[in-house]
Design a protein around this ligand. Structure first.
Ligand SMILES: C[S@@+](CC[C@H](N)C(=O)[O-])C[C@H]1O[C@@H](n2cnc3c(N)ncnc32)[C@H](O)[C@@H]1O
Length: 220
């Protein structure tokens, strides 16, 4: 593209429009992050806490419910390559723009798939992570079962969601934007109870940065 851009006015115009979209998306994300910070939720600290909650993330890595891409981009910025899935094409588009801003889009594969039926082979991933998506899942237990099926023996599954202060901040931001923020799925406590019945699962919890993190390790 870069070479063509010098000679082709259409390529040049496309590239300029793309750069403008990347900039506009980043500014939108930055203004939401600022709004959340004023409401007591530090999104960057939260993502750092969650991505670091189980130590080093072995690949292959899967990010589930990628949304605007905060968690996926943070993992890619650590130098990892990863697979991501989400059902919302518009969100995937935003996540790609966000990744482009940080120069890590080539490290991330984006797929449009439902989390309860992703179609990957069993034991495809060594680390699976889901940040602030649990309360969006209509079928949270089916999702956890699917993630467990996709996890390799010896692998780690991290499912994290907002604590009550975090939920309050996100809800206030949505109201200020004229939207609502429904809670459909399970709580982390309910997910932890479900994890207790998974074969070969040793589960622990960590709280910090207004995140409630469930860490599930699969025996070898
Ligand atoms: C608030 S976002 C999560 C934040 C995101 N992980 C990040 O790092 O920015 C929640 C996402 O979950 C996605 N989602 C909801 N139900 C889903 C499902 N069944 N399968 C896959 N993605 C789903 C939504 O489309 C939305 O993009």
């Amino acid at each position: 593209m870069r070479v063509l851009e010098r000679v082709c006015p259409f390529c040049w115009a496309y590239d300029r429009r793309r750069r403008e979209s990347v900039r506009a998306n980043f500014e939108h994300c930055a203004s939401r992050r600022e709004a959340l910070l004023k409401l007591g939720y530090d999104q960057e600290a939260a993502v750092r806490f969650v991505t670091g909650s189980a130590g080093y993330l072995e690949g292959p890595i899967l990010d589930v419910g990628t949304g605007a891409g905060h968690c996926a981009v943070a993992i890619a910025k650590l130098g990892h390559s990863l697979m991501t899935i989400d059902t919302d094409g518009a969100q995937i588009g935003k996540a790609k723009l966000f990744a482009e801003h940080y120069g890590v889009v080539d490290k991330i594969v984006f797929r449009k798939r439902p989390a309860d039926a992703m179609g990957f082979a069993p034991a495809s991933f060594a680390s699976i992570i889901s940040y602030n998506a649990l309360h969006h899942f209509e079928k949270p237990y089916e999702v956890i079962d699917e993630l467990w099926r996709l996890l390799r023996p010896g692998g780690v599954l991290i499912v994290s969601d907002l604590d009550e202060t975090g939920f309050a901040a996100v809800e206030k931001m949505h109201v200020a934007e004229g939207k609502t923020h429904p809670r459909l799925g399970a709580t982390v406590t309910e997910a932890a109870a479900h994890a207790g019945a998974l074969q070969g699962c040793s589960a622990s919890r960590r709280q910090g940065a207004h995140q409630d993190v469930l860490i599930m390790r699969k025996s070898t």
